[in-house]
Design a protein around this ligand. Structure first.
Ligand code: PEP
Ligand code: MN
Length: 337
């Protein structure tokens, strides 16, 4: 941390700050200039409440030097984390690009099984589908709940696919564990800290989607909540953020992928469906995501998008999925995946 004193701050102001730094167990290294004083602070500042220093008389600004997250930082763990689901399915490191695909909402058991079989044929590893749906309107379809989890589990048993589905309530953590392979934390719950902590106390992998207005520190600190409780099986997901661009549902922030790779050891995948909101943008942005270094993709697929119970406009058909996978595979070769 670096503390800059205001021009005109008194020696007494600086001494007061220096004492506060010492009282916090850190080492102050002051530089007394002719115009102003700067106090470098040596030691781990991450447990400090920097706002207290900002509030002290004579202080102009306080600049952190260390990033606020620890366990998920690349500094603490230089090697890439690989999340292992068993049966040879792994996400991260140099493993092949993982593909999660399926409907936005789980609609009927028959349709889910059909989609699962179609996904399996195409080499997809994970069946996605919402049993608990976070809908903007309370009148919209909210998901079939636990019944849909049973259908997902049966479809997984028949096809060998892994199941990833969204959790919205801490009370569902144990109940869901029996049906699924990976919890999905949706964008709207990225900062539901009680949910993150509860998932941190399990050892089941978590797919943590980026909140629609979360910056990189907030995204990684959300992952830190899970890791701090003891669960390091975390996969991040860029799913688009809110910007002034109104031509697409969200703006897929592909910059975040190389940033995450630089700052963290956790794998990151891309959701080109929610990231764009249009079925015809899924292929280019899926390919771009892989080119940017993503470890996988999560894609909404429906045999009749016009009849889907949610997100039909961004869902792709099986035929389009073939084309999308073809594009992804071409980029994956270039990326050595
Ligand atoms: C989803 O994947 O079904 C979903 C609701 O995504 P998000 O949380 O990114 O909006
Ligand atoms: Mn959806």
């Amino acid at each position: 941390m670096i503390i800059c004193m205001r021009q005109g701050a008194t020696k007494g102001n600086a001494e007061h700050v220096i004492q506060a730094v010492k009282d916090a167990g850190l080492e102050p290294a002051p530089l007394f200039g002719t115009e102003r004083t700067v106090i470098a602070v040596l030691g781990d500042e991450r447990d400090l409440d920097m706002k207290k220093f900002r509030a002290m008389d004579g202080v102009e600004k306080v600049m952190p030097v260390l990033r606020p997250y620890r366990l998920v930082s690349r500094e603490s763990h230089p090697e890439d984390t690989v999340v292992d689901f068993g049966d040879g399915v792994k996400i991260g490191g140099n493993n092949p690009i993982a593909i999660m695909a399926g409907p936005c909402s789980v609609e009927t058991e028959e349709l889910l099984l059909e989609i699962a079989q179609e996904m399996k044929k195409r080499g997809v590893q994970f069946l996605r589908g919402g049993a608990f749906k976070p809908r903007t309107a309370p009148y919209a379809f909210q998901g079939h709940g636990e019944e849909a989890l049973k259908w997902m589990k049966r479809a997984a048993e028949k096809t060998g696919l892994k199941v990833v589905t969204e959790i919205m309530d801490t009370q569902h953590v144990d109940m869901m564990a029996d049906y699924i392979d990976m919890y999905q934390v949706g964008a709207r719950n990225m900062q539901n800290f009680e949910l993150l902590k509860a998932l941190g106390r399990k050892q089941k992998p978590v797919l943590l989607k980026r909140g629609m207005s979360a910056d990189l520190d907030e995204f990684l600190l959300a992952a830190e909540y899970i890791a701090k409780e003891g669960n390091s099986h975390i996969v991040l997901c860029e799913r688009g953020i809110r910007t002034f661009c109104k031509y697409s549902r969200n703006t897929l922030d592909l910059n975040v992928i190389p940033w995450v790779k630089k700052m963290s050891h956790l794998p990151i995948i891309v959701d080109p469906s929610h990231g764009t909101g249009s079925y015809d943008m899924v292929k280019p942005m899926a390919m771009a995501g892989v080119a940017a270094g993503a470890d996988g993709l999560i894609i909404e697929v429906h045999p009749k998008p016009e009849e889907a119970w949610s997100d039909g406009d961004q869902s792709i058909t099986y035929k389009t999925l073939d084309d999308v996978l073809d594009g992804i595979n071409k980029i994956a070769v270039v990326m050595g995946r």
